[in-house]
Design a protein around this ligand. Structure first.
Ligand code: ASP
Length: 344
């Protein structure tokens, strides 16, 4: 007899489990048991499913790093007894949480699949059932008794992506996520088409380790035509700020007016890390390619390359939380830790 996989479902909230509050007309989270009753098909799956739920399921707009730690701690507590994990999460901040978890779970050797839906599970046209059922199947997928996926993934609308490569791109379409700088890991059609060369390779891993300290003394500033010194200065003057993600134009360009470099230089002197991430959804920062990024390069601003803003903010909080020294910070940030960045 073949042993069945043990899968743990972690329910955090999100549209997938919401119902309409008839008084206000707004969608609100509801009880997990009711959610499971809406999918009797789960019993047909060839695996054991256990579940845990946040005491109070939340809309993912209310997610915070404390909740990330709660999810990480649940995975840690059940790591040895389960073969895979499926996290049900609202889509709004799913890419942030899933990116954060990819850093917090070091030497991960089992699948952690995030999913959710655009319509509640009780809705006639819901996308929740397919998303949930296939996520569970992917979490249970084994080859030669080893999990096929050994990283944090995000499954939505027939595609499994590397979680820290994703961005929510649409508030209405069932295809709500994209991974513009990295190919899908698995495509779901009649069969599950696994793209083996895109998955993080199996390596004899060191001991699984969960990092629970994320430092939130960070900020994101998106450049816009017309931005003046007061805005940039106001951000770098935030008390306790340790890291700033600068969402620049195109291939990492910023206005080459003296005040920009001047403010950034002074921020660096105060040991604030500055990371250059493009505000384009796809493509990479390439500092020095244009005159408008030359000075950023000379200032030794950290090159975010093709990282998403979601992964950049998670990586920044993670590295700060791990007390990485100022000297090493740039080279570690520019290195791929969990497949989140194309190094060259
Ligand atoms: N507002 C919801 C949330 O992120 C949207 C969703 O679940 O898709 O929790």
């Amino acid at each position: 007899m073949v042993d069945k996989s043990n899968i743990l479902l972690i329910y955090t909230g999100g549209t997938i489990g919401m119902v309409k509050d008839y008084e206000s007309g707004a969608l609100k989270a509801f009880n997990f048991d009711k959610l499971l009753k809406n999918i009797p098909e789960l019993k047909l799956l060839d695996c054991h499913i256990n579940s845990v739920s946040f005491d109070t399921p939340i809309d993912s707009s209310n997610m915070s790093p404390e909740h990330w730690v709660e999810i990480a701690a649940l995975i840690e507590a059940h790591y040895d007894s389960h073969d895979g994990f499926v996290v049900l999460h609202g889509s709004d901040t799913m890419s942030y949480t899933a990116s954060a978890l990819s850093f917090m779970l070091e030497n991960l050797g089992k699948p952690v699949i995030f999913t959710g839906s655009q319509l509640p599970i009780g809705d006639l046209r819901t996308d929740a059932k397919e998303n949930l059922i296939t996520s569970i199947q992917i979490a249970a997928l084994q080859h030669n008794k080893k999990p096929v996926v050994q990283e944090v993934g995000l499954y939505f609308e027939y595609k499994l992506y590397r979680a820290n490569r994703t961005t929510k791109i649409n508030a209405e379409h069932f295809q709500a996520f994209a991974s513009l700088n990295y190919p899908e890991l698995i495509e779901s059609g009649v069969h599950l088409k696994v793209s083996q060369e895109s998955l993080l390779p199996y390596v004899r891993r060191k001991k699984f380790k969960v990092h629970k300290h994320m430092d939130t003394n960070v900020a994101i500033l998106k450049l816009f035509p017309g931005i003046g010194p007061a805005v940039l200065q106001g951000v770098v003057d935030i008390p306790g700020l340790k890291g700033l993600i600068l969402e620049t134009y195109g291939a990492g360009n910023a206005p080459n007016e003296p005040w920009v470099i001047d403010i950034l230089r002074k921020a660096k002197e105060k040991n604030i890390h500055i990371i250059n991430v493009t505000q384009c959804s796809g493509g990479s920062v390439s500092m020095g390619r244009y005159e408008t990024s030359k000075q950023l390069e000379e200032l030794q601003v950290i090159n975010g390359k093709d990282i998403t803003t979601e992964a950049a903010v998670a990586k920044l909080m993670y590295l700060l939380g791990n007390n990485v020294s100022f000297k090493l910070f740039k080279s570690i940030f520019e290195t791929s830790l969990r497949g989140e960045i194309q190094e060259n």
